[in-house]
Design a binder for this molecule. Structure first.
Ligand code: C2E
Ligand code: CA
Ligand code: CA
Length: 279
């Protein structure tokens, strides 16, 4: 059979093989990735709209696979959830982010908040709060500079348990926020019972605001809702000046997105501060 004369099925089978082999390779190598030190964190600056200053960073995990290069968390976090590996990986992220915060302090940077994402499985661990407390103690990180993000979908299932956990985290002095707000169906009545400090508006919603007026109204309403509940609002996925202008006009508190900066290495974050001090 000539190569370009193969049946549709064979072509299909090749594609299936490719998908399965990538998935297979990734899943297999995920087990040893932590030990082999293949993970690292990037940090994306968050800007306070009122002052234009960097007030925090979000820690975002990356996996440098020896054969496949950089693998996106969108691809491997679900695998880590399925295999349970998210537990040690998540702890690594938290510890590394806290250690990095301290390193920046030693390097003379002003203290900035570091936000860490917690996955669904991680958040549901019975000893989550204890784990966070231990990492804070071991790294001597001041809790007020740690922000923990859980997604709207995690927040909105088993609400009573979630509230209890969020309260315990707040009692440690840690800030908590709801990520990807606007993707699911938040019960607004529930929202006021959450002891959270901030809502992060999902980036797809932000990117719609320049396309349709409906999204504009929704984002405006979300900002007002958050403010009425005494919460701050972070908008993520700001890619253009137009996005920024709209959010500034409507009193969004903090913004994060490629318009300001991509996620950067810890060294790059340090360099940004050095250059700010020189000016
Ligand atoms: P997320 O928590 O919503 O993080 C924001 C994602 O949006 C990041 O993707 C970031 O690079 C991207 N982003 C930021 N600004 C822009 C923009 O202006 N335009 C566009 N198109 N994208 C922007 P990333 O780093 O690939 O992470 C994807 C997701 O993977 C995260 O979404 C989060 O759900 C998950 N993730 C990342 N790191 C961790 C982690 O350490 N633990 C857990 N559990 N999940 C993580
Ligand atoms: Ca996040
Ligand atoms: Ca998000």
């Amino acid at each position: 059979l000539a190569k370009d004369n193969r049946s549709g099925f064979e072509f299909f089978a090749d594609q299936i093989n490719e998908i399965f082999s990538r998935r297979y390779i990734l899943e297999k190598s995920l087990y040893s990735a932590l030990e082999l030190k293949q993970f690292f964190l990037n940090y994306q600056p968050q800007i306070e709209v009122r002052t234009g200053r960097i007030i925090g960073v979000e820690a975002l995990i990356r996996w440098e696979h020896p054969e496949l290069g950089i693998v996106s968390p969108d691809e491997f976090i679900p695998m880590a959830e399925e295999t349970g590996l998210i537990i040690p990986i998540g702890e690594y992220v938290l510890r590394t982010a806290c250690e990095q915060h301290n390193k920046w302090l030693v390097a003379g940077l002003p203290p900035i908040r570091v936000a860490v994402n917690l996955s669904a499985l991680q958040f549901r661990q019975p000893d989550l709060v204890q784990m966070v407390a231990e990492v804070l103690a071991n790294t001597k990180m001041s809790p007020e500079f740690l922000e923990i993000e859980i997604t709207e979908s995690v927040a909105m299932t088993q609400v009573e348990e979630v509230i209890e956990k969020l309260n315990s985290l707040e009692n440690l002095g840690v800030e908590t926020s709801i990520d990807d707000f606007g993707t699911g169906y938040s019960s607004l009545a529930c929202l006021q019972k959450f002891p959270i400090k901030a809502l992060k508006i999902e980036r797809s919603l932000i990117q719609q605001i320049t396309k349709d007026s409906g999204s504009k109204s929704i984002v405006r309403a979300m900002i007002n809702l958050a403010h009425n509940l005494d919460m701050k609002v972070t908008a993520e996925g700001i890619e253009t000046l137009e996005h920024f202008r709209f959010l500034k006009r409507h009193k969004c508190d903090r913004v994060q997105g490629f318009f300001f900066s991509k996620p950067l290495s810890a060294d790059r974050i340090e360099k940004i501060y050095e250059s700010l001090q020189e000016n």
